[in-house]
Design a protein around this ligand. Structure first.
Ligand code: SAM
Length: 333
C-alpha cells in the first residue's frame, strides 16, 4: 500500500525521470522489498528510482543488502544494484549524507519512535529535566535536574505549540529534539527539491507526557534495567512534526495525522486483500486475514480469532509532508 502511495505522489510530482527514494531506518528491508515488488508494473516509476537507505546499524545494512538481492557495483557495500528491479541502492548513516538536488520521496515507518526523547517534570523549582543518577545502592535511578538543561530550549518551543487546554494540564512533557531537527531537514529538502515524505508510527495527535518504554525479547522491562540490552521506544508527537516542518520551509504543506486504518482503507487495502485472496494457495488465507486485521484493527482481537495480535489501526498514525507544488497527496484529500 505504501508502494501505491509512492506511485501516486510520483505522478503528482509530474513523473520525474530521476527520483531519490529514501527510507529512514529500513530494519530488515522488508518494506522496500515489498514496495519494489508491488510497483514492478510501473516500469517508468521503478526505472526512475535511486534508493537511499539511512541505517545506523552495520548488521542491518548487511541484512538489507541480502534481502534486496543486491550485487555490489564497487568493492564497497555502500553502493549496489538491487536485482529485484535493477535499481541502484546506496547506504548512509544519516539523512544529511544523502545527496540533495533531486526530487525526493522519503518514507519513515516505525523510525521516529526509535529516536531519543527528553522528559520534563513540573516541580516547586519550575520545570526540571528527568536525569539518570546512581543511587547509594549502586542502582540507576531517576532524579530531577538541579538546574536548567540544554534540552529546555526545545521544551519552550514545544509548549508554544501546545493548545490552551493542554497547557492548563501540563505536569510532565516528553519531547524529542532529534525528531524536531530531523523533520526540519526533511522539510527543507522537500521544500527545495520537490516530492514528499510519509511518516507512519505509533503516537498521538497531541502533547506526550511519559511514554518511553523498553522492550526486550517482546516483553516490557524496566527502562533502567541493563541499559543497552533492550529496545527503547517512545510515542511519536505528531503535532511537533507538523509545526517543525511548517517552521522549516514555507514551500511544504503538512497533511494528517490520520489513523493507519483510515490511511490504508482510503488507499484501497480491502481491494488489495481480496485480489490476494483470490490468487493464493491453501495456506495463505489465514495469514492474509490476520495480517489485514493486525494492520487496520482497532486494538481488539476479532471475536473469531483470539490468536491474532491486537490491531495497529488506531494506535498508528500517518502524516505526509509534501512540496506545495504537488497539491494534496493521496489519501489526505
Ligand atoms: C523499529 S525499526 C523499524 C524498521 C522498519 N522501518 C519497519 O518498519 O519494520 C527502526 C530502524 O531504524 C534504525 N535506526 C534507529 N535509530 C536510527 C538513527 N538514529 N539513524 C539511523 N537509523 C536508525 C534501526 O537500526 C532500525 O533499522
Amino acid at each position: 500500500m505504501i508502494g501505491v502511495w509512492t506511485v501516486c505522489l510520483w505522478k503528482q510530482m509530474g513523473k520525474p525521470e530521476r527520483v531519490n527514494l529514501i527510507e529512514l531506518g529500513p530494519g530488515r528491508g522488508t518494506l522496500m522489498v515489498d514496495l519494489l515488488r508491488g510497483t514492478s508494473n510501473f516500469r517508468n516509476f521503478t526505472e526512475s528510482l535511486h534508493i537511499h537507505l539511512v541505517e545506523c546499524s552495520p548488521a542491518l545494512q548487511k541484512l538489507q543488502h541480502q534481502n534486496l538481492k543486491c550485487t555490489d557495483e564497487s568493492s564497497s557495500e555502500k553502493k549496489a544494484v538491487s536485482s529485484l528491479a535493477g535499481t541502484p541502492v546506496h547506504w548512509h548513516a544519516t539523512l544529511e549524507e544523502v545527496p540533495s538536488g533531486v526530487p525526493t520521496i522519503i518514507i519513515a515507518h516505525e523510525f521516529y519512535d526509535a529516536l531519543p526523547v527528553h522528559q520534563f517534570q513540573k516541580s516547586p523549582r519550575g520545570w526540571c529535566e528527568k536525569m539518570v543518577d546512581v543511587g547509594e545502592d549502586s542502582q540507576f535511578r531517576f532524579v530531577l535536574s538541579p538546574q536548567p538543561t540544554p534540552a529546555a530550549l526545545y521544551l519552550v518551543k514545544r509548549c508554544t505549540w501546545a493548545t490552551p487546554e493542554e497547557k492548563e494540564k501540563l505536569e510532565h512533557v516528553e519531547i524529542s529534539p532529534k525528531s524536531i531537527d530531523l523533520t526540519q531537514e526533511i522539510a527543507k529538502r522537500i521544500g527545495s527539491d520537490g516530492g514528499g515524505a510519509l511518516i507512519i508510527d505509533y503516537g498521538k495527535d497531541g502533547i506526550i507526557s511519559d511514554s518511553l518504554q523498553a522492550i526486550r525479547e517482546h516483553k516490557f522491562v524496566n527502562i533502567l534495567d541493563d541499559p543497552g540490552s533492550a529496545d527503547l521506544s517512545a510515542y511519536v508527537d505528531f503535532p511537533s512534526i507538523k509545526h517543525s516542518a511548517e517552521e522549516a520551509s514555507e514551500n511544504v504543506s503538512v497533511h494528517g495525522p490520520m489513523t493507519q486504518s483510515q490511511f490504508l482503507g482510503s488507499l484501497g487495502i480491502n481491494f488489495r486483500v481480496d485480489a490476494l485472496l483470490q490468487n493464493c494457495d491453501d495456506e495463505q488465507p489465514e495469514s492474509l486475514r490476520s495480517g489485514y486485521w493486525r494492520l487496520v484493527g482497532d486494538g481488539e482481537a476479532p471475536f473469531w480469532d483470539e490468536q491474532t495480535p491486537i490491531g495497529m489501526g488506531e494506535r498508528y498514525l500517518a502524516m505526509a509532508i509534501v512540496n506545495r507544488n504537488q497539491g494534496t497527496p493521496a489519501p489526505f484529500q
